[in-house]
Design a protein around this ligand. Structure first.
Ligand code: BES
Ligand code: MN
Ligand code: MN
Length: 457
């Protein structure tokens, strides 16, 4: 079986492939918002329909505590490689809505891009695989590999339902290689294979001082303000050079090899462009590392939100009873979310001012991932991307997290190919998210080549 006819089919049907993606993007599948519970179901139904229409043997809607998982399989190539495709149909919230140039759930084309929430993260990226499978089926009557597909609805909220699903279905999900398109290319025209992702440990810190809000004139000066206590704590989480100050946090961090650093230094990272994308007056990264090394291979602590006291119009003289913050740490090999959680907890307990009580809530976590580049799946992916994009593929790491990757690769003992078709500036999780339309088409063609290349493995 050769991919030429499937490629031709994809080219001839590219208009419809785009139209269908627009319909998928129009479903507001925000997994974190209970107002969108119904939309999650509508979206899962859409995905189920899309998989069924390829002609899969089996398509299943798996109910979970939160949002359904859509599972499908086609096992018509006995003896051939089995591919496990993973993607997510849930998207991030859209606020601040007023900053969108066109409505987030009205996919709209401008300047060779498709704008809308979820276009690149991850609807466009998993959907192009479904269209690649369709192209094989309609042109050749079959796929060159066996295919198992998991499209979940909780990736953006920590993928909690996937773990039991994975544990209970190890045999059903057994495969030779996992494929995920939920990452980015380093630069347009530079097809990229991501072999490393950071993990994450997420916390909510709460401080309680006085039993209720107090008049700051009557009490100010003799009562510790919880917001101030919180700021003192947060101020001690990092040092002036941006290094995390939690004792022991770097103990398990694997240092970069000189070979890795050399390869990374050759990648087309343009600081000016990056700064432009960020829009801040200046960048800051860890001493002794390059920006890319800091982003991809070093832990990073961030305060994601902070609240407490009065922030309404005008002024109110008050000492608040409580203060809160959301704090997350991006993890790198071999850090573990639970160990880092213990370290943070111990440290915060130690430095918390005695006038307040602290509670630390552990939210979702995910372990970092590092692939073994010597696995033949990587060279197969390299050949497929080169055919799809007409340019040699590069190997990169990225700073984001896909918690399921580590669970999946360890539980099922398989390599994982992260083949992303996003681009720098794509605005994932931000207003005006977009996918490059050329990448959507060439990504589809690359996926067609990929299944072929993996069948030869
Ligand atoms: N697709 C991203 C992960 C990603 C982003 C990988 C950029 C590589 C580069 C994914 O949808 C995501 O946003 N993940 C969350 C995970 C979290 C909610 C547990 C993240 O990284 O914040
Ligand atoms: Mn994603
Ligand atoms: Mn995301």
């Amino acid at each position: 079986m050769f991919p030429e006819k499937a490629i031709l089919y994809a080219e001839e049907n590219s208009g419809r492939f785009l139209q269908e993606l627009k319909e998928l993007v129009a479903i507001p599948s925000v997994s974190s918002d209970s107002n969108h519970l119904g939309d999650m179901k509508v979206c899962a139904d859409f995905v189920e329909g899309a998989i069924s229409s390829i002609g899969f043997d089996r398509v299943q809607m798996v109910e979970t505590k939160k949002h359904p998982i859509v599972y499908g399989e086609w096992l018509g190539a006995p003896g051939a490689t089995t591919v496990l495709l993973y993607g997510h149909y849930d998207v991030q919230p859209v606020d601040p809505l007023e900053l969108w140039e066109t409505p987030p759930f009205e996919a709209s084309e401008r300047d060779g891009r498709l704008y809308g929430r979820g276009t690149v993260d991850d609807k466009g990226q998993f959907y192009l695989h479904l269209k690649a499978m369709e192209s094989w089926m309609r042109s050749a009557g079959s796929l060159p590999v066996n295919m198992k597909v998991i499209i979940e609805g909780e990736e953006e909220v920590g993928s909690e339902s996937l773990e039991p699903f994975l544990d209970e279905n190890r045999e059903m999900l057994a495969a030779d290689v996992a494929v995920i398109s939920d990452t980015s290319m380093i630069k347009k025209g530079w097809p990229s294979i991501t072999y490393g992702l950071r993990g994450i440990a997420y916390f909510q810190i709460g401080l309680k001082g006085p039993s209720q809000d107090l008049h700051s004139g009557i009490f100010g000066g003799a009562v510790k303000n919880p917001i101030h206590a919180l700021i003192e704590i947060i101020g001690q989480l990092k040092d002036k050079n941006g290094r995390i100050a939690i004792p022991g946090v770097y103990d398990d961090v694997v240092e970069l090899t000189s070979e890795e650093r050399r390869v990374m230094a050759e990648l087309p990272f343009e600081e000016e462009l990056f700064l432009d994308e960020v829009g801040a007056p200046k960048l800051s990264w860890e001493d002794g590392y390059t920006p890319l090394e800091s982003l991809w291979c070093r832990p990073a602590l961030d305060v994601n939100g902070i609240w407490g006291g009065f922030s309404g119009e005008g002024s109110k003289t008050v000492i608040p009873s409580e203060a809160h913050a959301k704090v997350s740490i991006r993890l790198v090999p071999n850090q573990e979310p639970d160990i880092v959680g213990n370290l943070l907890e111990t440290y915060v307990q130690e430095i918390v001012p005695p006038e307040v009580e602290v509670t630390i809530q552990r939210m979702h976590g995910g372990r970092p991932f590092l692939g073994d580049l010597s696995n033949p799946a990587f060279s197969a992916a390299g050949r497929a991307l080169e055919k799809g994009f007409g340019a040699k593929a590069v190997y990169i790491r990225e700073g984001g997290s896909i918690p399921f990757v580590r669970n999946m690769t360890e539980t099922l003992d398989l390599p994982c190919l992260l083949l992303g078709f996003g681009l720098p500036g794509e605005n994932a999780h931000a207003p005006n998210e977009w996918i490059d339309l050329e990448n959507y088409a060439l990504g589809t063609q690359s996926a067609i080549h990929l299944y072929h290349e993996l069948s030869l493995m």
